[in-house]
Design a binder for this molecule. Structure first.
Ligand code: 1HN
Length: 343
């Protein structure tokens, strides 16, 4: 607050004098005390992204790019790597025969597979083939490498909570001594232990990231179709499911939640806002999303971001299936999360 009482010559001199001691008077503070962030809604079209990803393969090989990733940066965060204050989003492309070398880091990573067949990811000793629509978990500090043993390019979206590790000053990374890690678990091991609503008998619900490596699209799609046909739709979200950590029923990561929604053809959703920062990836269908008053017409594989407290409303020109991830678990754990239907 700045008023006459704070503008006396003595106070002005005081404020000026304390500046040299790295002090500032709270009564002159100008930073926002409102929800929301400086980040803006933004939409990236697959029809523009795909040719750029393919072009990047001609221009940079895997020896020179540790990961061939295009980062999606919020227009107000250019140079910062982030799509919103709390989230990283990248699009990664891997060509036949290529390997993305094994490493590990403190940020958690999720993958949402966009297009192509024949790529695998290996995480903590287990390999999983990646198929479009799959949701894949790379827990923090686990060794991971990727490869393409197929015949065409494969693209997926990387979502990381690296904004958190940067914020805390807790970013560490290490390369594995060889290009790929040893596979000490058979393919399907984590699905067998955790993927059928059954748990190993000695598992106690705890904290931490999901032990299930891959959430296959065909199961997600089937569950959503069933839900959309047999349950009332949510006024804003349509038929929406949350990916669960099977070991504790919570989120796949302590920081990041992931969701998939189905919007039936003709769905016109209500406006919704929350303090979550959310990134969307269109798995199927076309429609329109209005975020903070800006309309974006989306098509399959498009990506858009709804920063905190931006009103968001969906309408579906065709049946749509849309993946999203957000910082909800971190905001729930801290008690900061707020959400509402608007109007
Ligand atoms: C990373 O390790 C991957 O493993 C992708 O594929 C994107 C962005 C920032 C930091 C590490 C990967 C990343 C990343």
């Amino acid at each position: 607050m700045s008023n006459d009482a704070t503008q006396t010559p003595e106070l002005q001199a005081f404020s000026k004098n304390i500046r040299g001691l790295e002090l500032s008077p709270l009564w002159e503070r100008t930073v926002s005390q409102k929800p929301g962030t400086p980040c803006v809604p933004y939409h990236w079209r697959w029809e523009e992204l795909e040719p750029l990803l393919l072009k990047s393969c001609d221009l940079i090989d895997k020896k020179n790019a540790e990961r061939r990733v295009l980062m999606l940066e919020n227009p107000v965060l250019r140079g910062q790597s982030f799509i919103a204050n709390t989230l990283f989003t990248g699009l990664q492309i891997i060509m036949p025969g290529e390997v993305a070398a094994a490493h590990r880091h403190t940020p958690n990573a999720l993958r949402f597979v966009v297009k192509g067949e024949g790529a695998y990811t290996a995480v903590a000793g287990e390999r999983a083939m990646m198929h479009p629509g799959d949701f894949i978990v790379t827990p923090n500090w686990s060794w991971h490498d990727h490869g393409n043993i197929g015949h065409g390019p494969v693209v997926w979206m990387d979502g990381l909570d690296s904004a958190f590790t940067r914020f805390f000053g807790a970013t560490f990374r290490e390369d594995y001594p060889s290009e790929t890690q040893p596979l000490y678990l058979p393919e399907g091991a984590s699905a067998a232990s955790y993927g059928s609503s059954l748990l190993p008998v000695d598992i106690k619900p705890g904290e931490g990231p999901s032990p299930l490596l891959r959430y296959p699209y065909e199961r997600t799609r089937e569950a959503l179709a069933h839900l959309a046909q047999n349950q009332p739709l949510h006024a804003a979200h349509g038929a929406m499911l949350r990916y669960a950590n099977p070991a504790n029923g919570k989120y796949p990561f302590p920081t990041m939640a992931a969701f998939m929604r189905l919007l039936p053809k003709g769905f016109a959703g209500k406006k919704y806002r929350s303090t979550e920062n959310t990134v969307f990836n269109v798995a199927e269908g076309a429609g329109r999303v209005v975020i903070a008053g800006e309309a974006f017409d989306f098509n399959p594989h498009d990506i858009f971001v709804a920063p905190s407290w931006c009103e968001t409303a969906f309408s579906a020109r065709e049946e749509c299936v849309i993946f999203s991830y957000s910082d909800r678990p971190a905001q729930e754990a801290t008690g900061f999360l707020r959400e509402e239907l608007v109007g």
